[in-house]
Write a protein of this length. Structure first.
Length: 349
């Protein structure tokens, strides 16, 4: 995706008014098209600068827990902390001040965050609203990787108001969650201990524990109650002929999460899968990112999936009916579909 198209796509996500814990992760993931990096972490902060929630596509749970949940301990020891990043005067890259910190070589940030992540080049962007830092966006590259260009930095700076806008959408769970993502796997012991799990499964368990205004460990050593409840139902289902695995859908501010208990592993643990479901609008936006359309064509194609007649779409998009029809023809040709129904089917595929 071209940089201009990637910027427009992220702006488009922010403009939909989706719940923040659904919209912001999608925007963070889309940054890969704009600023390729090893990791991209978004941290929500309270008024004191403490972490309330965080998102990362492929987290290293121990490192995030050590730095974000131990903030009070780090402050007490005088070590670099997330609060220092939140209150730093820098427009971006405030962590570089820590390189001269007297405790840097022995700090949690260096030894439990930077080393496990393989961070070499790092940029952190504070997102401030009326002087208060509401969140931090950290984009990190591997040691020895190329430095961030000025164009990449400027692109992220341009997007900061859109991240702030997305964060201010009303918290609502009334959206229909219809499109499922990848399935993540975990092994849960009889006592509820997480014996093994993919990084994505651990993060989904974090999302089951963490509400929109309260933090929880990313490293879920003990499975959330909803997971343990599904496991307890497994023995009942196994005794029934031709049983289906017990399944439960749990609504969270991050989206609906489907939990399924499957069977016992040879080592004795229960195999559990977790899958996050998102609103159809979010799934369509992600599908649009993969299509060869201009930013304006992408907006019109999205409207085709959400609105009714061509007149209604033209009016909403600020186009004359003639201009809309010409653009619709180009969209149909580029996507190889016929009519608005064809666009909807492609977006939902």
């Amino acid at each position: 995706m071209r940089p201009s198209a990637a910027i427009q796509h992220i702006r488009h996500i922010a403009a939909q008014g989706l719940p923040p814990l659904m919209a912001v992760p999608a925007m963070v993931d889309a940054l890969e098209e704009l600023v390729p990096a090893r990791t991209r972490t978004f941290v929500w902060l309270d008024k004191q600068g403490y972490t309330t929630s965080l998102y990362e596509r492929e987290p290293i749970p121990d490192a995030l827990d050590a730095f974000n949940l131990a903030t009070a301990e780090l402050v007490a020891r005088g070590e670099p902390s997330v609060i220092d990043l939140a209150t730093a005067p820098d427009e971006f890259g405030g962590w570089r001040r820590f390189l001269h910190h007297p405790l840097w070589d022995r700090s949690v940030m260096k030894n439990e965050l930077f080393r496990p992540y393989g961070i070499g080049n790092n940029l952190d962007f504070p997102l401030r609203d009326r002087g208060q830092t509401r969140a931090l966006l950290a984009i990190c590259r591997e040691p020895g990787s190329r430095a961030f260009t000025r164009a990449e930095v400027e692109a992220v700076l341009t997007l900061r108001p859109h991240f702030l806008y997305a964060m201010q959408a009303p918290e609502t769970l009334a959206l229909a969650c219809e499109k499922g993502g990848d399935v993540a796997l975990a092994l849960i012991g009889d006592d509820g201990t997480v014996c093994d799990a993919s990084a994505e499964a651990r993060f989904l368990m974090y999302q089951l524990c963490c509400g929109p205004n309260g933090n929880a460990p990313v490293l879920a050593r003990r499975a959330p109650p909803a997971v343990r409840d599904i496991i307890s139902r497994l023995s009942v289902h196994e005794s029934a002929p031709r049983h289906d695995p017990p399944t439960r859908d749990v609504r969270t501010a991050w989206g609906s999460i489907r939990i399924t208990a499957h069977m016992r592993a040879t080592s004795g643990e229960t195999v559990v899968t977790l899958q996050r479901f998102l609103p159809k609008a979010m799934a369509r936006l992600d599908r649009l990112r993969q299509l060869d359309l201009s930013p304006r064509e992408r907006e019109v194609a999205f409207a085709m999936g959400a609105l009714g007649s061509g007149d209604e779409i033209a009016s909403t998009m600020g186009l004359t009916i003639g201009a809309y029809r010409q653009m619709a023809k180009r969209i149909y040709s580029r996507l190889g579909v016929t009519g608005r129904d064809g666009v909807r089917q492609l977006l939902d595929s």
